[in-house]
Design a protein. Sequence first.
Length: 87
Amino acid sequence: MNNSILLVVILSVLVLMVPIFKIIYSERDYKKQLSGKRPMRKFIGENAPKDVKDIGPSQTQLENDIYKARMEAELKLKGGQNLLGPM
């Protein structure tokens, strides 16, 4: 009986510690991004951030500017939908 209670207590403590470890890890990752040890990546809309390895040398600055403008336009459209309702 004591073993089962001990097991339940240990499992419940581990389950409760998971969010705490996630917060600590995300805080550490954020500090690495600020210090420059890890590149800053942002989540834009529903698109996951691109890794540096995904951007090849064939992409020019113009292509990057077009991509950024397209993402900004999409965010503005989604922001309008949130404010005005579905269009």
